[in-house]
Design a protein. Sequence first.
Length: 261
Amino acid sequence: MRSVLAAAAAVAGAGLLIGCSPASGDNTAASPPPTTPIPVTVGGTVPVPTVTLNTAKPTDAAQPPTDAEQATAPPPATAGPVSGENLPTADKLGGWKTYVDPGGAEEGFLGNKTWTRQRSAHQAAYEALPVGCAGQLPKDPLPVPRHALQASYRTGADKPATALLLRFADAAKATAYFSGYQSRMAACGNPPDAQLAVQQLWSEPTAAASVRRYAGAESFVETSVVQGATVALLAADSDPSAGADWARSVVPALKAVIDSA
């Protein structure tokens, strides 16, 4: 939580207006000088101006949040109505296992001793978008979800995997985010020397799969699904050659549970 520091206001005294002397026989009185209102003080202290905090809700997930997530306490295991029940059992994801991420300073969060954790909805939706692409990405705004839940796994090959659920106010907003997300992934490009390259595997109206390749780092096979008011993003450190078939295989299991109450 950020501390709000208020600066003391300096009160300036009012200066007198000096006019010309009236002409002989002119009895019109000189106008009184204007006065500067002085704020009321209490106990002789200098008054502090009122600070109005920006309480407007964020409206564009394509822009970074003003306040980043703070690792001050372990996050809850649920995000509003969204919980681990909104994810398929790990065995339906290809022999995966849930993983309790201990977190830490480098990870930017404190572990909560379970495999799911609440995220800042705005920050999670923003961070899911591709960054560092060679291609020029669309600039259109994207809806901000109401809730975000992240889950940690290990694949059958004991490699890291992550699921992110974004729950929006309604299906229209979820579809708008999903469409904007897909348009950015498609525009990212796949040159070999890019900081981030995206290879499209397949795409349908409500689901898609791609490979993210980071320069000098791992490649992740990513599945994205929209169902009702929820978008699910599933990423696994996996062999891209087998990723297309795996991504298709998990779509029905995701759609069956991600938008349930």
